[in-house]
Ligand binder design. Structure first.
Ligand code: GDD
Ligand code: MN
Length: 250
């Protein structure tokens, strides 16, 4: 391959990457995650857009997003807000409708997913022509930093039970740093019934069922510094319900 050094022009035969950033009370995190995305996409030269899906955050996240749009441009930062908190799964569904790229990244906006991994996702996808590339905390150099024992057990437990019941053949089922071919994402979303956190798990299970190819990239997940996780007891209950529904219906 030709040297990439110093090349900042657009790479990749017309490919465009839409990044879906769901936000709920991420005022402190949004400027930094957007800055990092702009930096890593800029350095690697891939064409991109960032779609912020804010669910009426009371902390004023949307106003911050509006400022960022002024700084980076309306072609780079798209705002697709909703009036109230309607859940993570439906935030993605809403975002996809507005994506103009042929590839779509989904990731958290709280800096738990570092944009430095973006070029690795893209290279992995191109290497194998994968339908989906999933960031994994449970393989290779991947890992989790900053979680307490309770949270680690929930994540490990959810992954373990799902592995045993559904054998989906991917190492991180609940993670949400992923790259999809857009048409694959659209067709998977249509088949998914769950709306909350369990959405990620259902997506990868349905991908396997549909014989889509899955690549994996080890990532480090670092717990948020600012703000709070929205994962509560309700989400854990709905995860288990979703898992059992999938087990019973697939
Ligand atoms: N628009 C919108 N609406 N965004 C939301 C909502 C919602 O109802 N709920 C959460 N978000 C956004 C947050 O603002 C953040 O950007 C992202 O979704 C993840 O939410 P967190 O609350 O930070 O999730 P977490 O850190 O507890 O959970 C992470 O790890 C889980 C398990 O490993 C996420 O990556 C989950 O998707 C993952 O399943
Ligand atoms: Mn988080």
């Amino acid at each position: 391959m030709a040297s990439r050094k110093g090349s900042h022009q657009s790479r990749g035969n017309g490919d465009k990457y839409s990044v879906l950033l769901p936000t709920y009370n991420e005022r402190e995190n949004l400027p930094l995650i957007v800055w990092l995305l702009v930096k890593y996409f800029g350095e690697s030269g891939y064409n991109y857009e960032i779609i912020v899906i804010d669910d009426g955050s009371p902390d004023g996240t949307l106003e911050v997003a509006e400022q960022l749009q002024k700084i980076y441009g309306e072609d780079k930062i798209l705002l697709r807000p909703r009036a109230k908190k309607l859940g993570l799964g439906t935030a993605y569904i809403h975002g996809i409708k507005h994506a103009t790229g042929n590839y779509v990244f989904i990731m958290d906006a709280d800096l738990s997913h570092h944009p430095k991994f973006i070029p690795e996702f893209i290279e992995k996808q191109r290497e194998g022509g994968y339908d989906l590339v999933s960031g994994t905390r449970y393989r290779g150099d991947g890992g989790v930093y900053g979680w307490d024992l309770r949270r680690k057990l929930i994540s490990r437990g959810a992954n373990y039970v799902t592995q045993v019941l559904l054998r989906p053949g991917a190492s991180d089922l609940t993670g949400s740093f992923r790259l999809y071919k857009k048409e694959v994402l659209e067709s998977l979303v249509e088949r998914c019934v769950s709306k909350g956190y369990v959405f990620q798990m259902e997506m990868i299970v349905r991908a396997r069922q549909g014989n889509y190819t899955i690549g994996e990239v080890p990532i480090s997940f670092v717990d948020r510094v600012y703000g709070e996780s929205k994962l509560g007891g309700n989400e854990i209950v709905s995860f288990l319900k979703g898992l059992l529904t999938l087990f019973a219906t697939t």
